[in-house]
Design a protein around this ligand. Structure first.
Ligand SMILES: CC(C)(COP(=O)(O)OP(=O)(O)OC[C@H]1O[C@@H](n2cnc3c(N)ncnc32)[C@H](O)[C@@H]1OP(=O)(O)O)[C@@H](O)C(=O)NCCC(=O)NCCS
Length: 182
């Protein structure tokens, strides 16, 4: 196995024309079309870095900030931000361009965790990431923080769920738009 690779080795950009069959009833592009493109670009980047077959394990912070229109060119720029042992976090920036007006929208940035698998279908070690500049370092460090926040969130939720009582839930839901019927 290669000992280490830099992020530029595996950086991938996919550009796709948004055709009418990608649209929803409102005439805007389906979120699922964009998710599928994100998954593809994440796979391409992760498999290039690892030189292995990869699977998607987790998707973080997919917020669709602006609608994408039919006829626009959507570009997804992906690079490896972090590597663990078998996992890689791929950062993806999605932009949408109206070629007639030249308007460019940043529709979202998200993070896919991909895991490399060996021929035995088990997670396999991936090359280390060579951090060549300040951006590479910032992305790697941010990924470590994001992983930590996710762990903290999961353990907080677990603790909260353990100690829920009926009275607490009632007051929590008092101003919410729901009706308790049991
Ligand atoms: C992801 C998967 C390979 C983990 O397998 P496992 O035997 O539990 O292996 P491990 O616990 O050693 O985890 C492997 C790596 O995944 C990471 N991982 C596991 N679950 C994770 C999660 N929910 N979020 C982020 N990373 C996760 C681990 O941290 C570990 O990373 P590291 O090797 O860099 O330390 C396995 O659950 C799987 O194959 N899932 C299905 C993936 C798939 O089919 N995706 C397509 C969508 S349908």
């Amino acid at each position: 196995m290669i000992e280490a690779r830099n992020a530029s080795f595996s950086r991938v950009t996919i550009t796709e024309l948004m055709i009418p069959s990608y649209a929803n009833f409102g005439g805007k592009i389906h979120g699922g079309i964009l998710l599928s493109l994100m998954d593809k670009v994440a796979y391409a980047t992760a498999s290039k870095h690892s030189g292995a077959y990869c699977v998607t394990v987790s998707v973080d912070t997919v917020d669709f900030l602006q609608p994408v229109e039919v006829g626009e060119l959507v570009s997804l720029k992906a690079s490896v931000n972090y590597v663990g042992n078998s996992s890689m976090i791929i950062g993806i920036k999605v932009i949408s361009e109206n070629v007639k007006t030249g308007e460019v929208k940043h529709t979202n940035t998200c993070y896919f965790t991909m895991v490399a698998k060996g021929d035995d279908d088990k997670p396999t070690t991936v090359p280390k990431l060579i951090l060549e500049n300040k951006t590479d370092v910032r992305r790697f460090v941010e990924a470590i923080y994001r992983k930590g926040f996710k762990k903290e969130y999961e353990s907080n939720l677990y603790e909260i769920k353990k100690s829920w009582d009926k009275q607490e839930i009632k007051s929590l839901l008092a101003n919410e738009r729901c009706i308790i019927e049991f």
